[in-house]
Design a protein around this ligand. Structure first.
Ligand code: 5AD
Length: 348
């Protein structure tokens, strides 16, 4: 393992607001990225298979509380067509993401995973929310390779405030669930939003320590973006005083860079939220400040505008071809090749 960054050093970077000094952080993260995971950028085809959600997360535009939102669920055939397209574009991985949709029953998902693996051989990443250990085990047995579940914040009080209970269930211990996912043999991904009202820089330093403690294979980090159709977006929440982390591109990039230094072998995407908050340069900034993965959106155009977890989501108007082309243009401008094959976690 790489030497651990001192907590004081992490906090100093999280509190740095001097663009000149930050250049040094971007450079360290970029060098570590090049040394540990190379120059290739792995492309993961993202398919948003359902925007149904049983949860009431106060920040998320597809939460059950958003009663006016039209809901959709892709058919098996529609998803298979997306998988074939991912394969045709040369991607090594397909990511199936959804709200927490109870109708996506375990057997249906298991059969889908089996079909995708059988016909395309793609690596399959699932991002279907908090699911039961026996379902996670079944999907793994049918060939699912990776699972993504952001813990959003390691501050338990803040987590509980933004994830109100539903169906009388206690707040899920996502950190325990991530350990279960890892024990099942999945490559395991997690991550956070940066700048949630009430989130301090000190708590982000703890998030970074937790990324390392969990030995995450994938780490997704994006700025919090207020959505007017959500409770948090409408009403806001008290800031955490002077140590409140801002929901800015710069702050999100600092966390991406520190995640690369803390977990040098992890696959780290330059997230859609980063590309949303800075449409001209966000994606490229992520890739030059520690990230080595992009997730072009393959969701059919008629559905993708309904997967609006935050407003103005990058790519929500285009086609899969548009997403593909724009990714390749970004990579070409940076002189970074697209990765070949599944692009799983490399271990030193
Ligand atoms: N702003 C930024 N990111 C968000 N997510 C959900 N809602 C928002 C928002 N308003 C992120 C969460 C979730 C991921 C799929 O999208 O981190 O895990």
């Amino acid at each position: 393992m790489a030497p651990e960054l001192a907590r004081g050093e992490i906090l100093a970077w999280l509190r740095c607001d001097d663009p000149k000094r930050l250049e040094r952080l971007w450079e360290m993260a970029d060098q570590e990225r090049a040394r540990r995971v190379g120059d290739c950028v792995h492309l993961r085809g993202l398919v948003e298979i359902s925007n149904h959600c049983a949860r009431l997360c106060t920040y998320c535009g597809i939460s059950a509380a958003h009663a006016a939102l039209k809901r959709y669920r892709l058919s098996r055939d529609e998803i298979m067509a997306c998988a074939r397209r991912a394969f045709a574009f040369g991607y090594g991985t397909i990511v199936l993401q959804a709200g927490e949709d109870p109708e996506l029953d375990s057997q249906w998902v298991a059969d889908l995973v089996g079909d995708i693996k059988g016909t395309t051989g793609l690596a399959v990443t699932l991002s279907l929310g908090e699911r039961a250990p026996d379902e996670l085990a079944l999907w793994r047995a049918r060939g699912a390779d990776r699972y993504l579940l952001r813990f959003e914040t390691s501050d338990r009080g803040l987590f509980a405030r933004i994830h109100p209970p539903h169906n009388d269930q206690a707040v899920c211990d996502r950190i325990a669930l991530l350990r279960t996912i890892k024990a099942l043999g999945y490559e395991t991904g997690s991550g956070i939003m940066v700048g949630i009202p009430g989130q301090t820089r000190a708590s982000i330093a703890r998030d970074l320590a937790l990324f390392r403690e969990l030995d995450l294979d994938m780490i997704g980090i994006g700025p919090y973006i207020a959505h007017p159709a959500t409770r948090l977006g409408r009403e806001g929440a008290p800031a955490a005083g002077a140590d409140q982390a801002p929901a800015t591109e710069q702050m999100a990039c600092i966390v991406v860079a520190l995640a690369r230094l803390a977990c040098p072998e992890a696959n780290i995407p330059s997230t859609t939220a980063l590309a949303t908050i800075n449409s001209a340069h966000g994606r490229a900034h992520g890739l030059t400040r520690g990230a080595n993965v992009c997730m072009p959106n393959l969701t059919p155009p008629s559905y993708r505008c309904l997967y609006e977890i935050y407003p103005g989501k990058a790519g929500s108007q285009g086609t899969p071809e548009d997403s593909h082309r724009s990714m390749l243009e970004t990579l070409a401008a940076l002189g970074r090749p697209a990765g070949q094959g599944p692009g799983g976690r490399r271990r030193a």
